[in-house]
Ligand binder design. Structure first.
Ligand code: GDP
Length: 469
């Protein structure tokens, strides 16, 4: 099971959702011993899911002028206790400066965030919901805690995560991995630690590689998936309904156990069920959340359309490995020039995906699928890669010698050491003096350097700067 924290500024409707999830009986949770008054905790029930929910709503009674500070501390505590944060804004108010502060806290804490635009019943919340995209925390769920709207979207967002956490629980019960990530570095070269830290709970070998094939309608997603499955398994009848079993298909792809998330099939079934509009909002997001590797399938004749760019960007922000596949290559003439143009467009339009592999395929003839398979497996491997602290620090020394960080106002920025804190995707912490003064361009220099030095192509890289003077 997992823990969900509901966070957000006062009055956005956190308690209402909390009460809806926990039910009336447990709303008396305050009276139970051991429950602090400022963070309420209860057992939530949503469809088939059972989980723990934390509500930071006690804040709303706070009236003293240190509200901001308390709010921040409480939110941080809730975030630390939770596996997932549901960050709520008021869709009727839109995004306020206080919301921005919360968003920053969540980003800095590297929380797994589900964004919810609440009070969005009827048409009233439309613009606030759209505004919420600007927080850069992914696609917001439109909901009304009061009216119980949006609960299905919340459920379908939580489902794949719940699955993953169940797998984690099974894992930790077996192996009990270390939970602490040691950031203390004594100066001598540390032994390369092969043990995965706690957050890397999704095992690589035991579970099939999870792939989502995304792209605009008619890019050839169904054709490709059918090719991989080697049979017409996708086009099940409308009566099959949109069940999770039907949209995530286990198979073996050239010997690799995989599970493919089928957005194309979802849409086809949805059309029959006349739910197209509803699904199109969230199916891309669901697919990306489900996936370890996202294959962005482009149509060679209309590559890098708005929709493709959006989903590719989403995959990056969600920290997924990404492979770009250009389909219908059988139709392409003047291939060399075409490929060149595609690569240039890719670099220009998706700089955030720098280094991600681009392969040409024909889903219809099957050509290039071996290279696609190879690229997917490689991207997955890179996404899971761990670089030793010793290697990283040798590298960092070389980088800062080749290009010393700037000296703002004569104060020298000194980068002390770095370590990888997480995989899937790889995340690194650099201990430095004056972390706020490090320019974005210097961070890019380090990220790009990491990419080429350690062959980290096809995965997002997270770099965090921490103060250590
Ligand atoms: P989806 O909406 O992304 O699932 O797209 P479909 O798989 O339904 O394919 C849309 C159309 O493109 C169909 O007419 C396919 O036959 C065609 N198509 C798919 N892949 C290829 C390909 O590699 N080459 C060519 N020439 N046509 C393709």
């Amino acid at each position: 099971t997992f823990t969900l924290a509901i966070v957000g500024r006062p009055n956005v409707g956190k308690s209402t959702l909390f009460n809806r999830l926990v039910g009336r009986k447990l709303a008396l949770v305050d009276d139970q011993p051991g429950v602090t008054r400022d963070l309420r905790e209860g057992q939530a029930k949503l469809g088939p899911l059972r989980f723990t929910v934390i509500d930071s709503a006690g804040l709303e009674e706070a009236t003293d002028d240190s509200l901001q500070g308390r709010m921040r501390r409480l939110t941080e505590r809730a975030v630390e206790q939770a596996d997932i944060c549901l960050f709520m804004i008021d869709a009727r108010q839109g995004v306020t400066p206080t919301d921005q502060i919360f968003a920053d806290i969540l980003r800095r804490k590297n929380a797994h965030v589900i964004l919810a635009a609440n009070k969005a019943e009827g048409r009233a919340g439309e613009s606030g919901w759209l505004e919420a995209f600007s927080l850069g925390l992914g696609e917001p769920i439109r909901m009304s805690g009061e009216h119980g709207e949006g609960m299905e979207d919340l459920l379908s967002t939580l489902m794949p995560l719940a699955d993953a956490f169940a797998a984690r629980d099974a894992e930790t019960a077996e192996e009990a991995p270390e939970t602490d990530v040691d950031l203390g570095w004594s100066g001598e070269e540390t032994e390369d630690d092969e043990d995965e830290p706690a957050e890397d709970w999704r095992p690589t070998e035991k579970r099939p590689l999870q792939i989502a094939v995304v792209g605009r309608p008619n890019a050839g997603k169904s054709t490709l998936i059918n090719r991989i499955l080697g049979e017409e398994r996708l086009l099940t009848g409308p009566e099959a309904g949109i069940t999770r079993d039907a949209i995530s298909i286990p198979t073996s792809w050239e010997g690799t156990p995989v599970r493919i998330f089928d957005t194309a099939g979802m849409r086809k079934r949805a059309k029959v069920q006349d739910k197209l509009e509803k699904l199109s909002v969230s199916d891309g997001l669901r697919a990306v959340r489900f996936a370890e590797v996202v294959v962005v399938l482009l149509d060679v004749d209309i590559p890098f359309e708005q929709q493709d760019l959006r989903i590719a960007d989403l995959a990056e922000r969600e920290g997924r490995a990404v492979v770009i596949a250009v389909n219908k290559w059988d139709l392409a003439t003047d291939r060399e020039a075409r490929l060149q143009a595609l690569k240039e467009a890719f670099e220009r339009l998706l700089p955030q995906l720098r280094g991600a592999p681009l392969v040409t395929v024909s889903a219809i003839t099957g050509r290039g699928l071996d290279r696609l398979h190879e690229a997917v497996v490689k991207a997955h491997e890179v996404w899971n890669r761990r670089v030793s602290t010793a290697q990283l620090n040798r590298w960092l020394m070389g980088m800062t010698e080749a290009h010393p960080p700037p000296a703002p106002g004569g104060r020298r920025i000194k980068m002390r050491y770095m370590t990888q804190v997480k995989t899937r995707p790889p995340a690194f912490v650099v201990m430095t003096s004056l972390p706020e003064e490090v320019p974005a361009s210097y961070e890019r220099y380090l990220v790009n350097g990491l990419r080429s030095a350690f062959d980290l192509n096809g995965t997002p890289i997270r770099l965090m700067l921490r103060d250590r003077s």
